[in-house]
Design a protein around this ligand. Sequence first.
Ligand SMILES: *Cc1c(COP(=O)(O)O)cnc(C)c1O
Length: 373
Amino acid sequence: MEFYRHSLGADEKDAVARVLDSLFLTTGEEVYAFEREFAEYLGAPEVVALASCTAAEHLALLALGLRPGDEVITTPLTFVATATAILHAGGVPVFVDVEPSTGNLDPERVEAAITRRTRAIVPVHLYGTMCDMVALRELADRFGLVLVEDAAHCVEGERDGVRPAGLGDAACFSFYATKTLTSGEGGAVALRDAAVADRLRTLRLHGMTKNAADRYHGLYQHWDMTELGWKFNMSNIQGAMLRPQLGRLNDRLLRREEIARKYDAAIDQLDGVERPVVPAATRPARHLYTVWVEPDRRDTYLGYLGRNGVGTAVNYRAIHTLRWLRENVKVEHDLSNAESIGARTLSLPLYDGLRDDEVSRVCDVLAAAAREA
Ligand SMILES: *Cc1c(COP(=O)(O)O)cnc(C)c1O
């Protein structure tokens, strides 16, 4: 079975058709409505919709005052975009190791890595399990740092009563094709500071004082360009596609939790297959279901699962080992936990459309792989 299947249906088709029947295809009322509705869902005062999560992290760091050469502490156990966004924003990624139990950034190691040049921390809520945001917020306050969450996996997650954007200065989301909420491509920043949100709205569209919808309505008015911006806006087609999905998030999470419990039970019977720990007082968003096998056997598992019809992915090999980053980003800290997990990790299919017989089949094939592969 496929690694991922989206769950878009009649509601999203109707919403897109509504936009196609209207005059306005690009940023306008559908995007603004999605921003309001997603903010309400998250309990965050502001949401700014963008072209991608990569753009969201890039612009959030800039809008929060990152300057060229500032150090940004982040995890190497993530998608490359976390690091490329920091680089595009002019920052220097400083990779810090993860907790061996969760794969999330380790606050104690973060503290040890802070220097006079550190300006920001970018934690990633890996697989949908939130980092220890209480500890990271305390560090950010104590050292005067900006805290930008990569919440690409974590729309629905919660820990210690805190949700994404609850304690971070900004939380960045992805609506890429395989993410829980999806418009094929897309992203957003959630945040509490209205002035920073306004700055993001300017930066996402060339640094212009008006966007296309504003320019169209009413009498013509000249607009100005007040700073050097980007072309990172979201279209009404994307916004319309996202809106109906918000109401289904909770039911879909309940189904993924049910599947995760079945996987947990099956994996606990297997030798040589571990699963990440869910910390106390945490409700993971269950974006990815990831297991950690023995390091020299991971690719054998991948081959076995693939040959037996189970779609898999690797989230992620530690990114400081990838060629360009290896050659261009200096590693200053021990990253052995991230390297170890990166060599052992593989993700199983997890989405609400996965049927019980498919879940059982994944469990059977995984058990066979543990025995035979
Ligand atoms: C998907 C993903 C991104 C990038 O999202 P885009 O919307 O494709 O830019 C960033 N970080 C993580 C952890 C992701 O999984």
